[in-house]
Structures are given as C-alpha cells and as structure tokens.
Design a binder for this molecule. Structure first.
Ligand code: NAD
Length: 302
C-alpha cells in the first residue's frame, strides 16, 4: 500500500486525504494551517510540522494548493529559504499536483523534476467538494504515459474518471477550458433564475423545468445557486464553500491568459471573468462561487 504525503488540506485536500486513509494508504499530512492538519490526524494521518517531515519516506506526494505561485514554492523552494520538494524526496517518488494552476508552472515543475529523475504529473480535478467527499472526482492528467499509468494506481482511490489529456501542462489546459465553461454556465444559470423570479416564477419549479429542457447544465443539476432550491448546495448553506469565488476568478484569469497566448477569442469567458471580478471585489471572495446569484439579486434591489 502507498505511503503518501498530502500537502494542502483545504476544502478539497481534506476529504481527498481522508479517502486515501479509508482506502488503507499511509498518509502524512502538511498544511500551513495546522488546524486543518490536526483534523486529519484524528482520522488516522501522521501530522507533519514541516514539508521536510511530511515527505520523509513516502513513495508518493499529492499537492492540492490554491495557485501556481504556491505550487512553484512548494516544489522548487521559495525566496525565504524554504527548500522545495524536489530537493527533499528520494528518487522514484511519484509527484502529483492536483491544484488548478497555469500550464507554464506545471511544465516548469515537470521539467525540473525530470532533471532530478523524478516523475511529476499535473492532475487537476473536477467534481467539487461533494465529489471529493464521495471519492468520485474526475482527474485530468498531463504527463508521460508512464507517469499517467503510475498516477492512476493512486488516484483511483479518490476519483472515478481518470483521463490522460496529453503531455505536461495539458491536464491544466483541459481543466482551464472546463472551468471557463463552468464560470459562463454558473453566471447564465444565475441570470435565468433571477429573470424568472422577477417575472413571478417559483425558482424551484423553474429549475425543474430547465433541468428537463435544453438549459440543463451541471450547476442546475448539482449546484443550484438559488437558496432553498437544493438542500445540499452551498446556496442553501449561506454560500459556505465549496469552491470560493476567488478561485473561480483565478481560473477565469488563467483562461484569459491562455487565450492571449493563442490569440483565441473568448468573449463569454472574458465577460464571466469581469462579473466574477466585480463580485469578488464586493467582499465575496471567500464565499462559494454560486453566490454570483446575489450579484443579480442585489442589483435588482438597488
Ligand atoms: P483551499 O484554499 O480551501 O485550500 C488550499 C490549502 O492549501 C489551504 O488549506 C492552505 O492553507 C494550503 N496551503 C497554501 N500554501 C501552502 C503551502 N505552501 N504549504 C502547505 N499548505 C499550503 O482551496 P481548495 O478549494 O481546496 O482548492 C485547492 C485547489 O483545487 C485550487 O487550485 C482550486 O482551484 C482547485 N479546485 C477546487 C475545487 C473546489 O470545489 N473547491 C474544485 C476543483 C478544483
């Protein structure tokens, strides 16, 4: 059974690490937020107080961090003298980054890892916190065929669908395309529900109608943004994340960066990014991204 270091125990990392424990893996955990690590300790993980301690004697490392700068710091080291993972793990260790980050950072880390004879794959996920808890996440892997096959053995404990998108960084690119669409769909879903409410419709009934009609989408199906429509959705729990608004803003920004590089037109993605930027700036950064619904509702009341 694998001995895994899990770094980054936030909304996604914690339930993923818990599922690895349930699958019988030995798990060593580390997070800058010691409370998050301690909670995993109660579930059977070894709590490490440093990155060095976390990766001692492991055969696999999984990182689940906010953004590219955190991933670069953890793998390559930071300017404050923190030593990067690549200098701490032993040869043969499999490195899996499941954060959503820019493809260039993923390729940079993969290249540096390869120079040290280490296998690194980017493996961002889709499925949200509910998917992480249920162990049904979709993994979108970028890396060599060998890295993919190797990572699949571990990721099957936390996910259901595991795709090989292509070479290093391609997992991130596919994930960015997916989240560009998600940002647009969530905004569109909020807009349609808000229009219906303003015109006297019951959002519950409208949601049921659209679910059986051509407006059907993931947000309507599993993540309804209108409070009270879906008991388990963040909207019915004061928009507690879930997937924070600031992370959706980051992902739409990654879409924009990629589009600039490839000179692609993404008018809807750019608009969704602007909507999220306004919503984020209004003090909603740490709320779930479905709180975009209040952007539409607040505007109507003013
Ligand atoms: P989060 O902010 O809840 O968790 C990130 C964790 O990383 C925090 O606990 C933080 O303390 C820790 N961390 C940051 N820097 C660190 C460092 N140097 N060393 C150790 N720990 C460090 O974020 P999340 O929602 O769990 O998302 C993580 C990643 O997964 C993001 O890239 C996000 O875009 C992506 N993602 C999130 C969801 C979701 O629904 N929340 C879904 C798919 C993908």
């Amino acid at each position: 059974m694998n001995t895994i270091a899990f770094i980054g125990l936030g909304n996604m990392g914690s339930p993923m690490a818990e599922n690895l424990l349930k699958a019988g893996c030995h798990v060593r955990v580390y997070d800058l937020n010691i409370e998050a690590a301690k909670a995993l300790g109660e579930a059977g993980a070894v709590v490490a107080s440093s990155l060095e301690q976390a990766v001692e004697g492991v055969d696999t490392v999984i990182t689940m961090l906010p953004a590219g700068e955190h991933v670069r710091a953890v793998y390559l080291g930071d300017h404050q003298g923190g030593v990067g993972l690549l200098n701490l793990v032993s040869k043969g260790t499999l490195l899996i980054d499941s954060s959503t980050i820019d493809p260039a950072s993923a390729r940079l880390v993969a290249g540096e890892a390869a120079k040290k004879g280490l296998e690194f794959v980017d493996a961002p996920v889709s499925g949200g916190v509910a998917g992480a808890v249920a162990g049904t996440l979709t993994f979108i892997v970028g890396g060599t065929e060998q890295g993919f096959e190797h990572a699949k053995q571990v990721l099957q404990h936390v996910g259901k669908n595991i795709f090989h998108a292509g070479q290093a960084g391609d997992g991130q690119m596919a994930k960015i395309c997916n989240n560009l669409m998600l940002g647009i769909l969530m905004s569109g879903t909020c807009e349609a529900l808000s229009l219906g409410i303003d015109n006297g419709l019951d959002p519950q009934v409208l949601s049921e109608i659209m679910l059986q009609s051509s407006g059907r989408n993931w947000a309507l199906e599993l993540y309804n943004p209108c409070p009270g429509v879906m008991a388990q959705a963040p909207a019915s729990n004061s928009y507690k994340p879930g997937f924070m608004t600031k992370l959706m803003l980051k992902d739409l920004g990654l879409g924009l960066e990629a589009a600039q590089q490839s000179q692609s037109a993404i008018p809807l993605g750019s608009l969704a990014r602007n909507l999220y930027a306004f919503h984020n700036a209004k003090g909603n950064a740490e709320l779930d991204f479905s709180s975009m619904f209040s952007f539409y509702r607040d505007k109507q009341q003013s």
